[in-house]
Structures are given as C-alpha cells and as structure tokens.
Write a protein that binds this ligand. Structure first.
Ligand SMILES: [Ca+2]
Length: 138
C-alpha cells in the first residue's frame, strides 16, 4: 500500500480534508495507525493500492475507527463512517472477481482516543486482518 499522511493546518480535520497535499508519503503493508508514527491529533491517513481476492465471491469488509473512515474498493464506496466519534464499526459488502482490485482507505483522527482496525471475510474464512501478501501498492 502507498501511505500518505495529512496534517490539518486549521485545527480540526475531517474526511473531506484528505484530498490536500500530504505532509508525508511512504509505503506500508499494514492498514493501521503505525504509519502515523505516534501522531496524537488532527491528522489523516490515506492508503491506496490494490487488493487481491482469492476467488470470485462476495466479500465483507469491516472497519472499526476513531474517528472517521471511508473505504472504496474497485471504485465503489463500501463504507462511509465520517464524523467525530469513538471507536465504532462499519461494514460493507461487495461482489468481486478473483484478482486485483483498486483499494483506498482514508482515516482521520481529531482529538482524544484513536484507533483503526480493518478485517475482511469471504468464502471459507471469517473476519480476519487482510494478509499483507494480498495488498500491493501498484
Ligand atoms: Ca478521536
């Protein structure tokens, strides 16, 4: 995954702010807050790349976050969980053909607690983190 980090210049930050010029770019193979390197408040993260699904089927994605998140896969918005809130979960499902599909996850943290956990479930497996080998940056 390509990772980008955004820092608010005007205090509070929302999902809509995460289209601005990133403060830093890099590469990460985990969809979590490690990429923020200990940032405490008013930042956003954007993960982009591709996800490989093992077989043609319906997949369910579950994103828990504090604060907001948006997930797009293969150009479709599966999850929009905007706003300032404590850790909560949002789910979205999509039918995908076996192979690689575009993937974008954006996240923002305002103040206070923070968290991000991404799992998926599909044919023959229950909710589990997405294996690193099924994520690519290009
Ligand atoms: Ca928060």
């Amino acid at each position: 995954m390509k990772g980008s980090i955004y820092v608010s210049t005007e205090g509070s930050i929302y999902l809509s702010a995460i289209a601005l010029t990133p403060a830093r770019k890099g590469v990460t193979n985990t969809l979590d807050l490690d990429f923020a390197q200990g940032g405490k408040a008013d930042f956003g993260l954007r993960f982009t790349g591709y996800i490989e699904v093992p077989s043609t089927d319906v997949y369910v994605f579950n994103v828990e976050s504090d604060d907001g998140t948006r997930l797009r896969i293969s150009g479709r918005e599966l999850i929009l969980n905007d706003g300032v809130h404590g850790m909560n979960a949002a789910r979205g499902e999509i039918a995908l053909e076996a192979g690689w599909h575009s993937f974008e996850l954006i996240y923002f943290q305002g103040t206070g607690g923070q968290g991000l956990q991404v799992t998926w479930e599909g044919p023959g497996f229950l909710a589990t983190p997405i294996p690193k080998e099924r994520l690519r940056r290009q």
